[in-house]
Write a protein that binds this ligand. Structure first.
Ligand SMILES: Cc1ncc(COP(=O)(O)O)c(C=O)c1O
Length: 381
């Protein structure tokens, strides 16, 4: 890693008290100060509705699409704006055929939003859910490749597991699916914005990311990438704004044609005047930093956290199978969820998911935070 390109800590851009050591971005990221201002100004616009013009129902959404396209490596036309990961995944489910006897491949303990929908699809279609067992060494990819076969209708996967950041090599999954023919649906909520994503290599059918974690966006916002081959599919909702010429408010005839591209999958009332300006602000900052620069800065932090945990005799995932922005720490004798509470009492915030202490820093974390985490963890053992 080139240290010269590593971004310095950006704590001043956030309103985080000095005594708070927040290492739980995988749970909810804090908003940038500038995002709070953008959101507040957006909310205030509705105090003056006479200033809101028909074009305003489209312009901020267009900015979101442009920024999202940059992050996915897609074009503006491929992006729909959704309120949650589950909304995007339900959209994918609505548009992908699954037949009796087929299977849908998921990871063990995959995030519920990327499981319940497939459980329903399987029940309704007579397909099977094929769950890849959690690997002892953190190597999910071998298990996924084994699970895929000619009957796989959909591989519904993340880029890394939400509970501990263990990776799935999506390039290998793509290559296998190219031979077998199944669809690929991705939940990138725990990776987009923090980890490089190679759209042209991985070519998912649908990929969604809720924005309130690694995209630093407000809650109830999300981005859905839709491959052009699905641009003419069935949206979950049929709001006014996804039709062609919807901006002509005075023309009250019904429109039969959708506007072109993935915006037919937008949530209703997509022009959310409070949340979209906040989302634009957050995505602009992520874009300005650049995902590769964020990734390498976070990798430095997680390397340091992992080394500290190992010094204390704790288990961390083999670095080959660990996402650059996550550390899952396991205790050799038994899971110890109480440790997260002990840390919390010292204002050190981490997650505990399954049997792992989940430590997920961002650019607001300083060297001081990492030292404090180490000391407080040591004292809690
Ligand atoms: C992997 C993953 N997907 C999705 C979500 C959020 O899902 P939704 O937006 O459907 O609430 C989370 C939240 O923790 C997550 O970790």
């Amino acid at each position: 890693m080139k240290t010269s390109s590593v971004l310095p800590p950006q704590r001043d851009l956030f309103e985080i008290p000095d005594d708070v050591c927040y290492l739980n971005c995988a749970y909810i990221s804090p908003l940038l100060r500038s995002t709070v201002i953008a959101g507040t100004q957006g909310l205030e616009r509705k105090s003056r509705p006479w200033e809101i013009r028909p074009t305003d129902f489209f312009s901020t959404a267009k900015e979101v699409r442009k920024l999202a396209a940059g992050l996915f490596g897609a074009t503006l036309d491929d992006i729909a704006i959704v309120p949650s990961a589950s909304y995007g995944l339900a959209t994918a489910a609505r548009n992908l055929p699954v037949n009796r006897g087929g299977n849908i491949v998921v990871l063990a303990e995959q995030y519920p939003s990327n499981f319940y929908i497939w459980e329903r699809v399987a029940k309704e279609s007579g397909a099977a859910i094929r769950t890849v067992a959690r690997p002892v060494d953190g190597d999910w990819t071998s298990g996924v490749l084994e699970a895929l076969d000619v009957d796989t209708a959909i591989a519904a996967l993340p880029q890394c597991h939400w509970s501990d950041g263990t990776l799935v090599d999506l390039n290998q999954v793509r290559q296998r699916l190219d031979l077998l023919g199944g669809a690929l649906v991705l939940d990138l909520t725990q990776s987009l914005g923090a980890m490089t994503f190679e759209l042209d290599q991985i070519r998912p059918d649908f990929a969604v990311a809720a924005a309130y974690k690694w995209l630093l966006g407000p809650y109830s916002t999300g981005l859905l990438y839709v491959d052009p081959r699905h641009h003419r599919g069935e949206p979950l909702e049929l709001p006014i704004f996804s039709r062609k010429n919807a901006e002509a408010f005075s023309d009250i005839r019904y429109r039969t044609e959708f506007a072109s591209g993935a915006c037919r999958y937008d949530v209703g009332e997509v022009a959310n005047f409070a949340l979209l300006p906040a989302l634009v602000n957050a995505l602009t900052q992520i874009t300005d930093w650049g995902v590769p620069a964020i990734e390498s800065a976070l990798a430095q932090r997680t390397d340091q956290i992992a080394q500290g945990a190992e010094l204390l005799g704790l288990d961390v995932t083999d670095s080959r199978f660990r996402a650059p922005h996550f550390v899952g720490i396991r205790f050799p004798d038994r899971p110890r969820p109480e440790v997260a509470e002990q840390l919390r009492a010292e204002k050190v915030y981490v997650g505990f998911r399954g049997d792992a202490l989940r430590v997920t820093p961002h650019l607001y974390n300083t060297e001081q935070d990492l030292k404090r985490f180490y000391e407080v963890l040591r004292n809690s053992l």
